[in-house]
Design a protein around this ligand. Structure first.
Ligand code: NI
Length: 190
């Protein structure tokens, strides 16, 4: 397995919608190895998720995993989930205020709204159809990753650009207020 360099904002591959993967392609050794590398890269960078186009691959595949994450210590754990050809089949109208960062947008975080509950339909890495009902921050992570696969970045959804901050300034000026708020969201949704 190997760690792949993560593409950064400005790279056009981050702005192109990903292409669907066929079952034959998914089953190939090359594609299975790519999924291993995607997971390894996500873990190496302490990401909560990673989409294939973030490592320059245009297949509609992303990974989500929330263990003890130093980037987002308030996120509830979620086991490693590989989503192949994912779609959001149901999206709650109820939203919550979140603050996000992204491995492809270095040293920046900002406020945005995410739906509080979604249903993601996808294949797993073996091509088996799966359905994931996700709530709260995990739903937010899935929305962030599916946005990547549609060529969108979280900054496109930041309504109030005065909330944008470097990670250092976030810690100094915004973390306390945000963590108090987000703990409540986590309590209500887990
Ligand atoms: Ni991202």
């Amino acid at each position: 397995m190997s760690v792949i360099p993560i593409r950064q904002i400005g790279d056009p591959v981050l702005r192109r919608p990903a292409r669907p993967v066929s079952r034959d392609e998914l089953e190939s050794e090359e594609c299975q190895r790519f999924i291993d590398d995607l997971v390894e890269t996500m873990r190496d960078a302490n990401g909560a998720g990673l989409a294939a186009n973030q490592v320059g691959d245009e297949r509609r595949i992303c990974a989500i995993e929330i263990a003890d994450n130093p980037r987002y210590p308030y996120k509830p754990p979620h086991p490693l989930t590989i989503l192949v050809n994912p779609t959001m089949d149901w999206i709650s109208e109820e939203t919550y205020w979140n603050n996000e960062g992204c491995l492809s947008v270095p040293d920046l975080r900002g406020d945005l709204h995410r739906s509080i509950e979604v249903v993601v339909t996808a294949w797993d890495r073996t091509g088996r159809p799966t359905e994931h009902r996700l709530r709260g921050l995990t739903a937010g992570t899935a929305q962030h990753e599916l946005d990547h696969l549609d060529g969108k970045l979280y900054i496109d959804r930041v309504e109030d650009t005065t909330t944008l901050a470097t990670w250092r300034e976030f810690d100094l000026h915004q973390r306390e207020r945000f963590v108090t708020h987000i703990r409540k969201v986590v309590e209500e949704t887990t």
